[in-house]
Ligand binder design. Sequence first.
Ligand code: FES
Length: 177
Amino acid sequence: MIATLFNAKHDRLPKILEHASGDKRFKILEAHMKKHQFRQDALIEVLHKAQELFGYLEDDLLLFIACKLKLPASRVYGVATFYHFFTLKPNGRHTCVVCLGTACYVKGAAKILAAVEERTKVKAGETTPDNELSLLTARCIGACGIAPAVVYDGTVTPRQTPETALDHLKGWIGHGD
Ligand code: FES
């Protein structure tokens, strides 16, 4: 994995940075790093914030952090894998991240999560046995104005309900039932 990150770094970084410029979550993360003056010893703090925003830490996110903090990707990856409270990209082919931050929570995020858990028969943080879907939660993804928000395969989707969420997941889960 570290090797993959190293090899990919030069090719992928411009793409990641371009994608990041259009994703509010990266902007919030960058503001958080700025608050810490992009200090390398704030890495754990930054990884916490990243996980809160994205629900899990995927390669591109780790590379983005490494780039911004001017740290080797291997170090960022090493820290992310060392501590049990960090979650790397889960195994599911698809990901569904339900935001449980305050704005989303008061607008019914818990009901969305409960409906998805009931339908998929997995709890937040787990992946369905067929590896089709990983269900995760985040704490404010920076989209409070469109709460409650759910991120399906990286796409932030506004004003969700249990019905719209289940509808969205229909093609990903429960084949044959
Ligand atoms: S609380 Fe969900 S986007 Fe802010």
